[in-house]
Design a protein around this ligand. Structure first.
Ligand code: WT7
Length: 636
């Protein structure tokens, strides 16, 4: 039995028990046998969840790109590392071999060095899903620069906030991005963002769409000529295990995004080990994750996890609906994809279309199907299982977070019996706990509680960039000596976990994690708005949609409601991005508040769901009348 590759349920339980009984011994063996080190560690783990401080493989030295690229050259040099599928199906796919990846990453690394980037410097990457994005990420890692990828759907304001928070000196972008039959002016967004980022010294621009863009003299440079002139050799920077590898921002309960910091060694080991087992990747498989590299799913399961295993990873530039709703399945057939990993929101959207879009393609290559990002409802699960997997490919419902770096709860396909809507069992090394309202751990099965993790795992985020106190307060203060996930979960009779959703002020819309506070901040900037509150409500495709309750200032009361709604949504699109737009906006005279002034979101949620059967006792509110007024306005 190899601990690195779990082959059946019995092995899963054996290895799991070992990983809990002797976590250090267990992870040491994985680290020793499957990765390349420049120097061995002095200590496997030291931790203290009160500070909180967690260190894995302290004293060790490595470079993640040696593990993801260099070590494969001798045996897999001509194997496809990245299979790039363009937006337009008529444009040829690119098979980028490990050798070519090595060359491109080295060149990009030298270009970054040429811009003065050194170990520890932050580089902001605002690129579409084109090969340069993967090269840029790996180039940073190669020279020890800390990459901060910002999803190229975020607005200029959101981009500027992230650039400034980590004080990035260089921004990488493109002249535009293709999204179906549209193209988006990324460079224009960067130009606007940089009006607020005086420290940015240079912008490197990949040419993708051929847009006519403005180049700022002395600041902006086209990437291609620099890459062409750069050397194809670049020594790796030898990194300490705990050096930061990247920052990735996620929404929180205040307006400011949280820059989650992941470190080199632990992240690498956990991303690689989970990838191997949760997708049961075999040497000649073609694996495809449809996420964007701008999210953690793309970091861990398009780039680092697959490449650390010498896999072939598909990178898709486009969208599921272009040129038609068969695009995903056409790609599966074309590249004979073996493992397919996507989000419930995509499944729900595709399930609404004619089944012809699926049935005209040969999907027999598929062996494993995955979902991530939000709870998958039973109907979508069955559609995925019946029509895509033909009841033969197990579905791995993988629960995890930006903060966790890798998948935490998931079936092992062909080992763990699946159960619709259940993420099933903790992965190797993960020790979950369900907590009750009094902060006690629920020991039994068949319980509901708040999901915590009791013991460190290698890929946990180490801090929030520049704000360790916030890291402690957000994740380690709700329950002493535990990592609190922000999610609710239940455990069934056999110990399977089902994630029921967020229990904080984060709402997951189409798999995107959105904080209510930043959206409210954006709305409140509207001249006519006095106050606002956002809640989520169930939506057929997006999982949740956003409902905004807005109190207008007196002088805006007689303005046209529809134009106000449009203005509010475009303000949100400007400040955050189109993904955060509201589906519903109600203008209300007040918001239900407790005597201490806290908005009672529970009531607002119920009203938004049009379910007022159980509003609870509203008499203790500061302003009980407002509930009836709001109901009347909304008509529930
Ligand atoms: C939140 C984290 C990690 C990948 C993408 C999202 C929700 C994630 C599942 C799942 C139910 C899920 C949780 C979590 N979530 N996967 N399989 N079942 N909920 O990363 O943006 O950091 O969001 O996504 O609520 O806390 P993220």
């Amino acid at each position: 039995m190899s601990n690195y590759h779990i082959k059946n349920l019995e092995e899963y339980f054996q290895i799991y028990r070992k990983s809990v009984r002797d976590p250090e011994g267990f992870w040491e063996e994985i680290a020793e046998e499957h990765f390349l080190w420049r120097k061995r560690w002095d200590r496997v783990l030291s931790w203290d969840f009160t500070k909180p401080e967690v260190k894995w493989f302290e004293g060790a030295q490595l470079n993640i790109t040696e593990n993801c690229i260099d070590r494969h050259l001798a045996i897999r040099g001509n194997k496809t590392a990245i299979l790039f599928e363009p937006n337009d199906p008529n444009e040829v796919a690119q098979h980028i071999t490990y050798k070519q990846l090595h060359t491109q990453v080295n060149k990009m690394a030298n270009v970054l060095k040429g811009q003065g980037i050194q170990k520890g410097d932050r580089v902001c990457i605002y690129l579409p899903m084109i090969p340069e994005l993967a090269y840029a990420v790996l180039a940073c890692a190669r020279i020890g620069a800390v990459h901060s990828v910002v999803f190229a759907g975020f607005s200029s304001v959101a981009l500027a906030t992230r650039i400034n928070d980590c004080n990035a000196a260089v921004v990488l972008t493109a002249d535009g991005s293709f999204r179906g039959n549209k193209s988006i002016d990324l460079k224009g967004i960067v130009d606007k963002a940089l009006e607020d980022c005086p420290q940015v010294k240079s912008v490197l621009v990949a040419e993708r769409v051929g847009n006519n863009i403005q180049m700022v003299e002395g600041r902006d440079h086209f990437m291609a000529p620099l890459v062409q002139a750069a050397s194809a050799e670049c020594q790796v920077e030898v990194m300490n295990a705990e050096d930061p590898l990247f920052i990735l921002y996620t929404s929180g309960s205040t307006g400011k995004p949280k820059g989650m910091v992941h470190s080199c060694a632990g992240y690498m080991i956990y991303a690689a080990y989970t990838f191997k087992n949760i997708f049961q990747y075999q040497e000649n498989d073609v694996y495809w994750c449809t996420a964007d590299i701008g999210w953690i799913t793309g970091h861990s399961y398009i780039v680092y996890g697959p490449l650390a295993n010498g896999a072939t990873t598909v990178m898709f530039e486009g969208v599921p609906s272009y040129p038609d709703f068969g695009r995903f399945w056409q790609i599966v057939e074309k590249h004979k994809v073996n493992q397919f990993y996507t989000a419930p929101t995509a499944i729900r959207a595709l399930a609404k279309e004619k089944i012809d879009f699926v049935d005209q393609y040969d999907l027999s290559s598929l062996k494993v199907l995955g979902t991530v990002g939000e709870p998958i409802n039973e109907e979508a699960w069955h559609w995925y299982n019946d029509h895509i997997g033909k009841k033969e490919s197990p579905i791995v419902d993988t629960w995890w977070q930006t903060e966790t770096g890798g998948i935490m709860i998931s079936p092992i396909p062909y080992s763990t019996p699946t159960k619709p809507t259940f993420a099933t069992l903790p992965f190797i090394g993960i020790q979950p706990a369900l907590m009750d309202e009094n902060g006690q751990e629920l020991q039994a099965n068949q319980v509901d509680g708040r999901l915590c993790i009791k013991f460190p795992w290698p890929s946990m985020a180490r801090t929030i960039w520049g704000d360790h106190d916030r890291y402690r307060d957000t994740y380690f203060s709700a329950y002493p000596k535990m990592y609190f996930t922000g999610d609710g979960a239940s455990r069934d009779a056999v110990g399977y976990y089902r994630i029921t959703g967020r229990v904080d002020d984060v709402i997951i819309v189409s798999g995107h994690n959105l904080g209510t506070a930043p959206i409210e901040d954006a709305i409140n900037e509207h001249q006519g708005v006095a106050e606002s509150a956002i809640v989520g409500f169930p939506h057929d495709i997006k999982g949740n949609a956003l409902f905004g309750y807005v109190i207008l200032k007196d002088d805006a009361l007689n303005r046209d409601s529809d134009s106000l709604r449009t203005e509010i949504n475009s303000l949100i699109a400007d400040k955050i991005g189109p993904i955060a737009k509201l589906d519903n906006i109600a203008f209300v005279p007040g918001l239900p508040k407790t005597r201490s002034g806290k908005i009672m979101r529970r009531i607002l949620r119920k009203i938004a769901q049009k379910d007022v059967s159980n509003l609870g006792d509203t008499s203790t509110l500061l302003n009980p009348d407002v509930v009836d007024q709001i109901r009347k306005i909304i008509g529930v």
